[in-house]
Design a protein around this ligand. Structure first.
Ligand code: NAD
Ligand code: DAU
Length: 342
């Protein structure tokens, strides 16, 4: 079996590749990644430098929007399935400049599905997000996103992901492409780029820099350890019903400010580092996934408790300073200055 994993040099894609190598070591993984600012080959270094991995792993630097490059790849590899993680994934960047989000997230998905059609109706899995459902009010803790919740997006990022989801379902209905979609809540864990809440706060706290909390810090996210997300995708790939959407989330809702305080406590840093900054435009209030369908149909349940996962994650950033210190340079510094000011 040969699986193309796009975006495998990014946070979740890389964790998925490590998951695959541990749980399905006999399967060949071809990682396709453009290596944008968010993609880091150093994340995959142990596999790339392992001579024994050459049969079962290949890395190709390419843009999923590049039809000719994708055609050459599919011609050569004749894959059995494609898992599409590749995306522009940061909401704040999408607010600053939406265009690349539309290109990669929508057109890139269409190019990949065209290849899947052309090379024999190849199985396609789209890694989507709970953000396609919009948000829930803070004062209605009884409400959750189910797979039937209407799509109702807020940001250019979530709109681009929702557009891709609609295209995926269109390819299923119109061409009979064997597709599935998973919509997950916020992930945390190793190898997450330090522009996202948890790694940003860890990195800044370690350097005694301000911890920029948007608005009042009361927005709620539903946090899931990345390994649990990877296992859920694997289950959907192998046992999910074709043409179906599966929500993934661990019923672990937390306010941003409580996460930031927890990070301060774990690192022994003063809460005086917390700095309230201008709120995100169109800021979604609350995400909360109802994962009943994937539990009922595929037996999935999260295995990592937040209390353990967050400590493990903080420890990982402490033990792997060189990984994030290398990438919080260049383009990132420029973005940070633009977005947060000096
Ligand atoms: P990430 O930004 O860390 O990684 C994205 C990867 O895609 C990078 O390696 C980047 O180089 C690559 N990429 C970007 N444009 C590309 C292109 N045109 N061609 C090829 N490669 C390209 O993102 P992530 O957090 O790992 O998210 C992965 C996927 O999961 C995304 O589709 C995202 O929408 C979805 N998702 C993320 C979360 C989360 O909490 N991070 C939650 C739910 C869903
Ligand atoms: O829900 C799934 C989504 O989770 C994924 O689809 C996205 O790719 C992923 O980036 C994530 O989106 P969020 O916008 O929820 O994640 P982010 O880490 O950017 O922000 C989490 C919360 O923290 C959000 O309410 C905004 C707030 N925040 C974020 C940053 C970067 C701050 O208060 N300060 C910050 O500096």
């Amino acid at each position: 079996m040969t699986m193309i994993v796009t975006g495998g040099a990014g946070f979740i894609g890389a964790n998925f590749i490590y998951y695959m190598r541990e749980n399905h070591p006999q399967e060949r993984v071809v990682c396709v990644d453009k290596l944008t600012y968010a993609g880091n080959l150093s994340t995959l270094r142990p596999i790339l430098e392992d001579p024994a991995a050459s049969e079962t792993f290949r890395f190709l630097r390419a843009d999923i929007c590049d039809r000719a490059a994708m055609q050459a790849l599919f011609e050569e590899e004749k894959p059995d399935c494609v898992v599409n993680f590749a995306a522009e994934s940061h909401v704040d960047r999408s607010i600053e400049d939406p265009e690349i989000f539309l290109k990669t997230n929508i057109l890139g998905t269409a190019v990949l599905m065209d290849m899947c059609r052309q090379y024999g109706n190849i199985r396609f899995h789209q890694v989507s997000t709970d953000e396609v459902y919009g948000d829930l009010p803070l004062d209605r803790p009884d409400l959750f996103f189910t797979e039937e919740t209407p799509i109702h997006t807020s940001s250019p990022y979530s709109t681009s992901k929702a557009s891709a989801d609609l295209l995926v379902m269109a390819y299923y209905r119109t061409y009979g492409l064997p597709v599935t979609i998973s919509r997950c809540s916020n992930n945390y864990g190793p190898y997450q780029f330090p522009e996202k809440l948890i790694p940003l706060m860890i990195a800044n706290a370690l350097e005694n820099k301000p911890l920029p909390v948007y608005g009042e810090g009361i927005n709620v996210r539903d946090w899931l350890y990345v390994g649990d997300h990877c296992r859920a995708i694997d289950l959907v790939l192998r046992g999910g019903r074709i043409g179906e959407v599966y929500n993934i989330g661990g019923h672990n809702e937390m306010r941003n400010i409580d996460i930031v305080r927890l990070i301060c406590r774990e690192l022994g840093k003063p809460e005086s580092l917390i700095t309230y900054v201008t709120d995100r435009k169109g800021h979604d209030q609350r995400y909360a996934i109802d994962p009943a369908k994937i539990h009922r149909e595929l037996g999935w349940l999260p295995e990592t408790r937040f209390a353990d996962g967050i400590v493990r994650t903080i420890r990982w950033y402490l033990d792997n300073r060189s990984w994030w210190e290398e990438i919080v340079s260049g383009e990132y510094r420029e973005y940070y200055r633009r977005h947060y000011g000096e």
